[in-house]
Design a protein around this ligand. Sequence first.
Ligand SMILES: Cc1cc2nc3c(=O)[nH]c(=O)nc-3n(C[C@H](O)[C@H](O)[C@H](O)COP(=O)(O)OP(=O)(O)OC[C@H]3O[C@@H](n4cnc5c(N)ncnc54)[C@H](O)[C@@H]3O)c2cc1C
Length: 520
Amino acid sequence: MSPTSSPAPSPASSLTAARRARELTGLAAGEQVDVLVVGLGATGAGAALDAASRGLSVAAIDAHDLAFGTSRWSSKLIHGGLRYLASGQLDVAYESAVERGVLMERTAPHLVRAQPFVLPLTPLVSRGQAALAWSGFRAGDALRLSARTARATLPAPRRLSAVETRHLAPSLRTAGLRGGLLSWDGQLADDARLVTAIARTAAAHGARVLTRVRALSLSGSGALVRDELTGEEHTIRARAVVNASGVWAGGLVDGVRLRPSRGTHLVLRCEGLGGPPAGLHIPVPGESNRFVLVLPQGDGRVYVGLTDEPVDGAVPDVPEVPETDIGFLLDVLGTALDVPVHRDDVVGAFAGLRPLLDTSADGSGRTADISRKHAVLTSAEGVVTVVGGKLTTYRRMAQDAVDAAVTAGGLGAGPCRTTSLPLVGAAAPHVLTGLRAPRRLVQRYGTEAPAVHALGAKDPALREPVVAGHPVTRAELVWAVRHEGALDAGDLLDRRTRVGLVPADREAALKAAEEALSGA
Ligand SMILES: Cc1cc2nc3c(=O)[nH]c(=O)nc-3n(C[C@H](O)[C@H](O)[C@H](O)COP(=O)(O)OP(=O)(O)OC[C@H]3O[C@@H](n4cnc5c(N)ncnc54)[C@H](O)[C@@H]3O)c2cc1C
């Protein structure tokens, strides 16, 4: 088959309402699986893929949808762990750098691209701070090399003149600008799309991927679950159970103590910031190793984040964004930009809760200082909980969790294969470049992009954007219903696409979502 043709997706990787109903019925009737995974964020979807690709039978459930939790609220960076290097966590930094290389070069080159970032040397950045940041970027590049990620994948950092800096970030204030520092990191087309690709790859290896199924209680031999569509309760029998429910993990397994920390991002329209080609690291005044990130998305939107605030009390389904977070981010933005960005320019905002493991005796201490290292804990009952970590390291977290599940359940399984297992849509860069489909679709669907695009050839109405001013087309919604397990308008607008990050756009797109659901 030529690389430019548009193959239909393998039915094995397609998630549909009918498949969900069929597989859930089998499990309710008493079929036993080797591994039950609870939670379909990056970690749980990764565990389902890891286990299924080792030859184990797998069921993976989520109370809501793929990527319903923290995994869709990230900064969408696949990062090399520079920040951990600065705080002396060499092992965490190295692991991040290795996993970044795996994603960019082997498993998901379609979803992760190299993104340039500029750290502008404004009068607020002292020469000492600039020297420190520069040595950090050099160390980050050495980490890239030690992780064996090619220079062609992530270019070297370099110093920029003031003119070059303004070219890459046209909205910067020129007064007193001495130049900038250019560095590179991995940026995801979208975090929820990564989770969808992982989950569909797991399904292609035989995993039963079931959304709207809530675990009510867990044991080492399965779970009591509720089908959230019908309200029916039944058990799922399993030889081993992995709890990958993120910030909710402590509610299912006694003794897992989390210290959630809220991170907020703003959504701005690109034109307000002069359509920046590069991201920005804007130093937070008064702090030595903290930056506000400006993250261009390539869809007319820019995200600005992020905060790090400890959160107490019950964990909400969708975290609220307090005005104080918005004010903080706008204030830091104002220290570097020439263009005023007001509260009215904020067209959307989102917050996520980091599932940080509380290792302190009394739950004290800044959440920014808690290690981002992941942990795998096996309870007395034999339930394996995997928490902490980050999106970038989901694969390694999944590997460690499945290793523990294999031990806990006494399972016979092959070795982990996921470092070289391409996700649905992945291909070498030259194959992706040769695909006959718009670039934006290739960056979201990889080798499936021509098939998504072809929907519009059959029905030109499907080439229409779902909302004026945003590139998502009706074809993408139909594709999500037919192949990506989208069951309602929220799945379509808030996770398979991110139209919903701007509430006004979401409202305007609802009709198109309903039409895709009824007509697909
Ligand atoms: C603001 C912010 C920015 C971040 N930025 C980055 C970044 O740029 N790069 C990076 O690498 N990392 C980043 N991270 C970290 C990363 O997003 C998280 O570590 C990661 O997404 C956690 O994934 P998870 O699968 O463990 O949890 P989640 O994504 O939260 O998944 C847990 C799932 O479990 C489900 N669930 C809960 N209870 C039940 C139940 N009883 N039954 C069934 N299902 C259940 C939920 O619905 C949810 O879908 C960021 C985090 C935050 C908060």
